[in-house]
Design a protein around this ligand. Structure first.
Ligand SMILES: Cc1cc2nc3c(=O)[nH]c(=O)nc-3n(C[C@H](O)[C@H](O)[C@H](O)COP(=O)(O)OP(=O)(O)OC[C@H]3O[C@@H](n4cnc5c(N)ncnc54)[C@H](O)[C@@H]3O)c2cc1C
Length: 480
């Protein structure tokens, strides 16, 4: 334990947080110090688990007084090392877990809002909304363990962004413990509020570097009554874009998913997913998973989607398609899409880039980035798929079949730079989801340096002059 964490201080923290509020046993600390990709191994003096906002505020005040750094943590499912503590003798750190801040405070069905604490697991929030016959639309594969505070701090995306936006778009109000322990009480469920700067925006996507979110008021939506899903073949990404524009016109805001995958990506999923089968009779170069949902009956939505696709086949944009006729078939379509990432693991090492460009530039991104990558690794296998409706493509590169995995991974830097340079030239971002954490601070410096990073560091300094809240993450170690 660091010399700054004296026995007296430890007792004071224990008293502030009450029974179950502090973990000091190294064995029990393990799960809070590991990280889902195994890229980092954390180190912390203690795990603090406040159960109320007042307790969180008191604990943060104490840490600030003693110069102890704090690393906010939710479900610890983040993929960029943002919740990893890096305690050292010169900079002792504690993990500040939101796990016990897990109450749904209020559901307002007149205002269509839910107020919940940051440690609520995402699936718990979805269920609470459903109990009130509402929809909380944020949805991602980690929803059984990620938490609201982590979702807001990473501005999580997931599968419903096309229709409902990302986590940031779902927030009306926030309650945050600031790095000095004061509480910013902005927990308002107002749709209109123009009283000065929109401070909540600072904390959304800040990855815990500006404060510890303790609660949020979020938007709720009507629950869709019916949905329809189709697996559609198109000749190329340009046709995918043409279909997206046509779908927006014909289906409007009922369009809820528009996912692109290449034949190679589908083949990978088919080869490795037990019991799967090709949804269409013959192979095509590109596919889309299109879903529509809304207040109409399932039969009505299916009729509209089928009619729309038939028209697009006549126009020559769609080569073939199949509309799911049962929930099992719908699941089978989605399983293929969701399985691509896992399937990639079976063909060796991969270099993954989760990038976004303006929607109109998706075809250029796929074409130009493929060309640049193949110049560096001629036999690389490109696995491009993703949320084309959001301009967000998982541009993943699998190792050549006959190459050594370690030798391929040596090329991580030039391959990533090649992809990100194409993305930047198209006006896109190297970080569509997941954030910066520890993993992408160099990219932030490279692509957002200058005025943009300077502004971020000024904001960090203004809110956290002693650099105690999640130091080293996002804006780097600017104080050293
Ligand atoms: C299988 C899988 C699928 C995923 N799919 C997606 C996806 O589709 N879209 C997507 O965007 N992400 C996805 N992720 C990444 C991850 O689930 C999200 O980033 C999620 O929002 C993180 O939430 P968490 O509670 O686990 O946060 P953590 O991992 O605990 O923390 C993430 C960051 O938020 C900060 N933080 C956490 N809680 C708080 C708080 N209360 N106050 C302030 N800061 C806080 C941490 O310091 C850290 O910087 C996926 C991850 C996995 C493992």
């Amino acid at each position: 334990m660091s010399s700054r964490l004296t026995a007296g201080l430890f007792r004071e923290i224990e008293r502030l947080l009450g029974p179950g509020g502090v973990i000091a046993d190294p064995d029990r600390m393990g799960t809070y110090l590991s990280e889902s990709r195994g890229l980092y191994r954390g180190a912390a003096e203690l795990i603090l688990l406040p159960a109320t906002t007042a307790a969180a505020s008191a604990a943060v005040s104490l840490c600030a007084r003693e110069g102890i750094s704090m690393v906010p943590q939710g479900g610890n499912t983040g993929l960029v090392g943002g919740a990893v503590a890096q305690s050292s003798a010169s900079r002792p750190e504690v993990v500040l877990s939101a796990q016990r801040l897990n109450r749904i405070r209020h559901v307002d069905t007149a205002g269509d809002t839910i107020t919940a604490e940051a440690g609520c697991v995402l699936a718990q929030l979805q269920a609470a909304a459903e109990q009130s016959d509402r929809l909380f639309p944020l949805s991602l594969a980690a929803e059984g363990s990620c938490q609201l505070g982590g979702n807001l701090s990473t501005n999580a995306g997931g599968t419903a962004v096309l229709r409902y936006g990302s986590a940031r778009d779902l927030v009306l109000g926030l309650e945050v413990v600031l790095p000095d322990g004061r509480v910013f009480d902005g927990l308002r469920g107002l749709r209109k509020d123009n009283a000065g700067y929109s401070l909540r925006e600072l904390f959304l996507g800040a990855e815990g570097t500006l404060g510890f979110i303790t609660a949020a008021t979020c938007r709720l939506f009507p629950r869709p009554r019916g949905s329809a899903t189709a697996f559609v073949a198109v000749p190329d990404p340009d046709s995918a874009l043409a279909l997206l524009a046509a779908a927006r016109e014909a289906i409007g805001d009922r369009l809820s998913a528009f996912e692109l995958l290449s034949r190679f990506a589908l083949d990978l999923a088919l080869q490795t997913l037990p019991g799967s089968r090709d949804p269409l009779d013959r192979a095509h170069p590109w596919y889309l998973l299109v879903e529509a949902s809304g207040p109409d009956s399932a039969a009505e939505i299916e009729r509209r989607l089928t009619e729309f696709l038939a028209t697009q086949m006549e126009r020559g944009i769609v080569e073939d398609g199949s509309t799911a006729s049962s929930e099992a078939q719908r699941q089978a379509f989605w399983n293929l899409r969701h399985h691509v990432s896992d399937a990639q693991k079976r063909i060796g090492a991969s270099i993954k880039n989760d990038v976004a460009v303006p929607v109109a530039s998706v075809p250029s991104l796929i074409r130009d980035a493929s060309a640049r990558v193949l110049e560096i690794v001629p036999a690389a296998r490109i696995v491009a798929f993703g949320h084309v409706g959001d301009g967000n493509i998982h541009f993943n590169v699998s190792q050549p079949a006959d190459m050594d995995a370690a030798a391929f991974l040596q090329l991580w830097q030039p391959v990533t730079a090649a992809v990100n340079d194409v993305v930047a030239a198209l006006g896109g971002t190297f970080s569509a989801e997941h954030g910066i954490g520890l993993l992408k601070t160099a990219e932030l410096e490279r692509y957002r340096g200058g005025v943009e990073l300077d502004l971020m560091r000024r904001i960090k300094r203004a809110l956290d002059p002693a650099n105690l809240m999640n130091p080293g993450k996002v804006v780097g170690n600017w104080d050293r």
